[in-house]
Design a protein around this ligand. Structure first.
Ligand code: C2E
Ligand code: MG
Ligand code: MG
Ligand code: MG
Length: 285
């Protein structure tokens, strides 16, 4: 289509497929360079206990500052990378960066937290999962307990027996697993029994209505008491306001909270100073 040849009353329909194609292509062409040149990078969001003032871990979250498309959120680029088999290399890269980062934090002598990485379903059952974990923890000389691996039910459900086997093997090396976005997938309670996980992260969609919605509040309360009696750690995602923090501390003895109320995902360079402020300045939260 050339604008000069278009009749002036002609309606040109926008075809989203044309844009999707080029957007997809540009991501797929650029992903390797993006990893090498740190166009792809990680930001870190704390999971904290408001009662003990302890930071349990920082979750590593991917960002892409694309040279042409600009800053991209993972919701935009991860599905495309996943569909095109690119999340194997990207997850290797994430694990490598996370291990390097936690080793740097540990060297400061101030790090009392773990680091959490998101693991896509296809990666869980691949042979490189355990290999990459062990290679990088050895390379940076860090105890395997510092790595927490977040998986979702939805991503492992299609290959559940193999996923469980792989996870049990990896857990035997000292790594821990968290079940991410709990409540949004199949949420079959049988998975709570079968999966070798130590932490359950309750999805943001349940906390959004708290404390105003009685239904949401009851659901959160029920999930918390279930998780407590099963000896899981519980993290509540997406906590944005003080009323939600108060509700959760009245509900659980030591709730773990991840959300904008305490911190948005931070650049690595801001993590140590966040930890100091969080520990010392109780009144600012
Ligand atoms: P997730 O693992 O459930 O991560 C939590 C998401 O909720 C993050 O979005 C975080 O920024 C956002 N969030 C946290 N607290 C709040 C809050 O109080 N309010 C609101 N509105 N949002 C909050 P983000 O960083 O955009 O990541 C979205 C999803 O992309 C992640 O969900 C995860 O599934 C995926 N993802 C991110 N990084 C990676 C990665 O390195 N590998 C893989 N496989 N997936 C990743
Ligand atoms: Mg996560
Ligand atoms: Mg989550
Ligand atoms: Mg979520």
């Amino acid at each position: 289509y050339h604008p000069s040849t278009a009749y002036k009353h002609e309606i040109i329909h926008y075809n989203p497929q044309v844009h999707t194609y080029t957007f997809e292509q540009s991501l797929l062409n650029d992903i390797e360079r993006a990893m090498e040149e740190d166009e792809l990078y990680l930001v870190y969001q704390p999971k904290v206990c408001p009662v003990t003032r302890k930071i349990k871990s920082f979750e590593a979250l991917l960002r892409w500052n694309h040279s042409v498309e600009g800053p991209l959120s993972p919701a935009k680029f991860i599905p495309i990378l996943e569909e095109n088999g690119k999340m194997f290399d990207v997850t290797d890269w994430v694990i490598h960066k996370a291990c390097k980062q936690i080793s740097e934090w540990l060297e400061t002598g101030k790090c009392t937290w773990h680091i959490a990485v998101n693991i896509p379903g296809v990666y869980v059952t691949s042979s490189r999962f355990k290999r990459t974990l062990l290679e990088n923890t050895a390379k940076y000389d860090i105890d395997t307990k510092y790595l927490e691996l977040e998986i979702t039910e939805t991503s492992v459900v299609s290959n559940i027996e193999n996923a469980i086997r792989a996870m049990e093997d990896i857990r035997a090396s000292g790594f821990t697993f968290a079940l991410d976005d709990f409540g949004t997938g199949v949420s079959s309670l049988s998975y709570l029994k079968k999966l070798p996980i130590s932490t359950i992260k309750i999805d943001k969609s349940f906390i959004d209505g708290v404390p105003n919605s009685r239904k949401d509040s009851s659901i959160i309360q029920a999930i918390i008491s279930l998780c407590q009696s099963l000896d899981f750690n519980i993290v509540i995602e997406g906590v944005e306001v003080k009323e939600q923090v108060d509700f959760l501390t009245s509900m659980a003895e030591r709730p773990l909270i991840q959300g904008y109320y305490f911190s948005k995902p931070l650049p690595a360079a801001d993590v140590i100073s966040f930890a100091e402020v969080f520990k010392n300045e109780k009144d600012s939260f």
